[in-house]
Write a protein that binds this ligand. Structure first.
Ligand code: SGN
Ligand code: CA
Length: 528
């Protein structure tokens, strides 16, 4: 049995229930109101937040009552995916409603062409106030926003510098709190209150190196997390999976990722990240450093005494990874609660659509991994919870993708969705309407190779039952999975007798999607 530490008032379920009840009470009046008032949008997107660590999806690891409130008072998407599982590309897909080859931002080394069409620009034209606060990661300056206050690159967890409307400014505090403060301040004092608004609130958390807030450091100390069943995956029949560099055992750095920067300078690592690990506290104030050391110093001492190796070391790393990652999530959840509370107190909750999502999914030790990139389920999927006042409550099982977010938001604002957007508005689904001809398959294309974590370039198609992937570039391998009998994607069925027909059908579907989206590079690479 896994035991969850619930120190303090973090998991205050009763408060959530009361808030939900008062929401119900206002529903009829707000319904009438909603006809007169345009809908606002608060879009909250974290960085690398796995659906496995949101209790609305999976309650094995942590309770996230505030994020869950969005699901409880709105819709939980059970089949939500990205088009390219990595930050910059994912954000570009979201802003443009287009797959990566069409928006030009194929990997994190690209520079976003801010001159192109995006949904915030179209909203602005329609009279919305638009703002982006938090992680941006698209290298060029934001366009289409009345207000922007963004982190530099990936940002840092403690006392991060920001760029506010082009001007660099300092901040004090823990980044998830600071981004939320700035967002609430813009909602309260920064915007033109005569206009409807769309706020993109983009957290840095829980991106590597998973540094919790000082008040959350010891939340999971007493917990032993169960190892995923495929933690010791041998990658048989899956060459690209075998050649990645995102393994907890091999590639996760104990000093950098797991904070074992001992004062005696006796712990040394070989991943090339040790130095970063030894300097990552530099941005902290003396008080923050003291709290940090109070927590990690005893763990470091114990780690030295135990002198672990082999499986024992791999499993210790997994436990430490989970503790830190979940500590970071506790703060994300608390801050989502602050935004919901603010909207409620300001009388905005009943004419604001609230979205919670991540730029992609993440591995919590499945296949022995951290990070993302692959078209395998844990990173191809992303959490998506949407609270639309007067809209659907409960699960939406249709296939949606982050290219649909722009069209959906435009549709909600009454703006025509441009024909060149690949995505489709899922507003009818959110309104509880039946949609007969909804998509039955999804397209994916990942480009960032050669690069960190060594995940090969690949594209593929997923239907409700099967997934076909082609890894290319310095490799030419195909993988086929039956997700019904093998949901963890451990058995590559490509080329096995009996799968000829299904392979043919999936290849035809792949070509159909590549043709529809005009991914001409991929069409040339198919080779069948
Ligand atoms: C950094 C991380 C990687 C991560 C990429 C992309 N390394 O480079 O582990 O995969 O970001 O992440 S780190 O040493 O800088 O922490 S993304 O979500 O921004 O695309
Ligand atoms: Ca990310």
């Amino acid at each position: 049995m896994v035991e969850f530490s619930r120190k303090g008032l973090l998991f205050s379920l009763s408060a959530v229930t009361v808030a939900a009840a008062s929401c119900n009470g206002k529903k009829t009046a707000a319904g009438k109101n909603a006809e007169k008032k345009p809908m606002n949008i608060v879009y909250i997107m974290s960085d690398d937040h796995s659906y496995q660590t949101i209790s609305a999806y999976d309650d094995r690891f942590i309770e996230t009552p505030n994020i869950d409130r969005i699901a409880r008072e709105g819709a939980r998407f059970t089949n939500s995916f990205v088009a390219n599982s990595i930050s910059g590309p994912s954000r570009a897909c979201m802003l443009t409603g287009k797959h990566s080859h069409a928006n030009g931002f194929t990997d994190n080394s690209a520079v976003f062409d801010g001159g192109q069409q995006t949904f915030p620009k179209l909203l602005q034209k329609a009279g919305y106030q638009t703002a982006v606060i938090g992680k941006w990661h698209l290298t060029s300056a934001p366009t289409g926003f009345d207000y922007s206050e963004i982190l530099i690159g990936q940002g840092i967890y403690y006392n991060a510098p920001f760029v506010r409307n082009g001007e660099k400014i300092a901040s004090q505090g823990y980044v998830t709190n600071v981004i939320t403060d700035k967002a609430i301040d813009w909602l309260e004092n920064g915007r033109d209150k005569s206009k409807p608004f769309c706020l993109l609130l983009h957290h840095k958390a829980p991106h590597r190196t998973w540094m919790p807030d000082t008040c959350d450091l010891d939340l999971f100390d007493d917990v032993t997390f169960p190892l995923p069943a495929n933690f010791y995956d041998d990658y048989e029949g899956r060459v690209a999976a075998a050649e990645q560099e995102m393994s907890i055992a091999k590639d996760m750095d104990v000093v950098y990722d797991l904070k074992m920067a001992d004062k005696e300078n006796e712990i040394h690592t070989t991943t090339g990240l040790e130095e970063y690990g030894r300097t990552m506290r530099n941005s902290m104030s003396p008080g923050q450093k003291a709290a940090w050391d109070r927590h990690y110093d005893p763990i470091i001492q114990k780690f030295k005494e135990n002198n672990l190796s082999g499986k024992a070391l791999a499993e210790w790393k997994y436990q430490r990874y989970m503790c830190d990652y979940l500590g970071v999530i506790a703060s994300v959840d608390r801050n989502v609660g602050r935004v919901l509370d603010y909207l409620e107190e300001a009388g905005l909750l009943e004419n604001t659509m609230v979205v919670y999502t991540s730029d992609q999914g993440f591995y919590m030790g499945e296949h022995g991994w951290f990070d993302k990139r692959f078209m395998y389920e844990e990173s191809f999927r992303t959490p998506l919870l949407v609270r639309l006042p007067g809209g659907k409550r409960g699960d939406i099982d249709a296939f949606v993708q982050n290219i649909d977010y722009g069209p959906t938001i435009l549709d909600l604002a009454g703006v025509d969705v441009p024909e060149d957007m690949h995505g489709v508005s899922f507003l009818p689904l959110l309104r509880g309407e039946e949609v007969d001809d909804w998509r039955a398959s999804l397209y994916y294309h990942f480009y960032e190779y050669p690069a960190e974590h060594a995940v090969k370039r690949h594209y593929g198609v997923r239907t409700d039952r099967y997934k076909l992937i082609h890894f290319y570039n310095d490799i030419d391998t195909w993988e086929l999975y039956d997700l019904q009998t093998d949901p963890s994607e451990m058995r590559n069925l490509y080329g096995r007798p009996g799968y000829e027909q299904v392979t043919k059908e999936l290849q035809a579907e792949l070509v159909r999607l590549q043709t529809q989206y005009r991914d001409t590079l991929a069409l040339r690479l198919n080779g069948f």
